[in-house]
Design a protein around this ligand. Structure first.
Ligand SMILES: Cc1cc2nc3c(=O)[nH]c(=O)nc-3n(C[C@H](O)[C@H](O)[C@H](O)COP(=O)(O)OP(=O)(O)OC[C@H]3O[C@@H](n4cnc5c(N)ncnc54)[C@H](O)[C@@H]3O)c2cc1C
Length: 257
């Protein structure tokens, strides 16, 4: 796994963050913008790809905690943002999407995590595979580095292959479309349950034939990151190993709590 040096935090321990904006991403996904409840702004420093742990004391008999990756990036001053996708029968994701409103406060611990671009250990081409809500760390990473490609501390090139079920499920879509126009950034979207090839989408799961096509020519100079369903990540890792990509250039984040 990656071992990026964490940025110094301005705040440590549990914080109280106020919801300052809520955006509907898709029919089942919302983005919540958070600021310090007293001083406004983002009260902590973070690296793109890190997450917060939220604690809710009153939505169940016992306190519950869940982790959510920032979909915002550190270069977006003044707030952090979490993008939450409803999980069927899931307690916290549905509670947040149904009940959390402007001005509410959430308790958050962080930032936590090492699923980040590490300029000292990773190769110049960063290749990312995400699916569903697993796109959030990659949205943050693309936001952070798209205008810094080739500069010190940033990758030279980024490729993101992202899988959504259908056009109704396109999380962070306007931003991904815009980033795809940046030289050095390539964003490829596949729809697993809808055929929209005439509109430029790939069709089907990111399985071996698609990986071969999309990743051809990347193996010698790339580091790979993936976040999504376990089966997808396992297949990706097996495929990369079959292409002799060293294990230290393959990084996974599991969203299972
Ligand atoms: C590092 C990290 C980062 C993450 N980032 C994000 C992110 O950016 N965005 C995002 O949307 N999610 C993210 N997640 C996932 C998130 O933390 C939650 O797991 C997710 O929101 C589901 O939580 P929940 O409370 O809604 O569901 P839970 O209540 O935890 O339920 C999850 C599933 O388990 C089933 N289940 C629950 N209890 C039982 C039971 N007793 N028996 C059988 N089945 C059961 C439910 O039916 C449901 O299908 C992240 C997770 C991690 C670890």
């Amino acid at each position: 796994m990656t071992t990026a040096t964490p940025a110094p935090r301005r705040k440590k321990g549990w914080m109280s963050l106020k919801v300052t904006k809520i955006e509907d991403e898709t029919w089942d996904t919302k983005t919540f913008y958070l600021e310090d409840s007293v001083d406004n702004g983002c009260p902590f420093d973070y690296i793109a790809g890190q997450y917060l742990t939220l604690r809710f004391d009153k939505i169940a008999e016992k306190a519950v905690v869940r982790s959510y990756t920032m979909s915002s990036s550190p270069n977006q001053a003044g707030f952090s943002a979490l993008t939450i996708k409803r999980v069927e029968d899931g307690l916290v994701s549905n509670w947040m999407c149904d009940n959390l409103k402007l001005g509410d406060e959430v308790r958050a611990l962080g930032p936590i995590g090492k699923f980040c671009f590490d300029p000292h250990k990773m190769r110049p081409h960063l290749v990312m595979l995400g699916a569903g809500s697993g796109v959030t760390p990659f949205v943050s990473i693309v936001r952070e580095y798209a205008d810094k490609l080739g500069q010190e501390g940033a990758p030279k090139q980024m490729t993101l292959l992202v899988a959504y079920r259908s056009k109704l499920d396109l999380i962070s879509w306007p931003d991904l479309v815009a980033f795809n126009k940046v030289p050095g950034v390539r964003i490829i979207t596949t729809l697993t349950r809808e055929d929209a090839r005439s509109e430029g989408f790939l069709h089907g799961r990111p399985e071996i034939p698609m990986l071969k096509e999309v990743l051809a020519g990347t193996y010698a100079d790339s580091s790979y990151m993936t976040c999504g369903p376990e089966a997808m990540m396992e297949q990706f890792v097996d495929f990369l190993k079959s292409q002799e990509v060293p294990a230290e250039h393959i990084h996974l984040e599991s969203f299972g709590n």
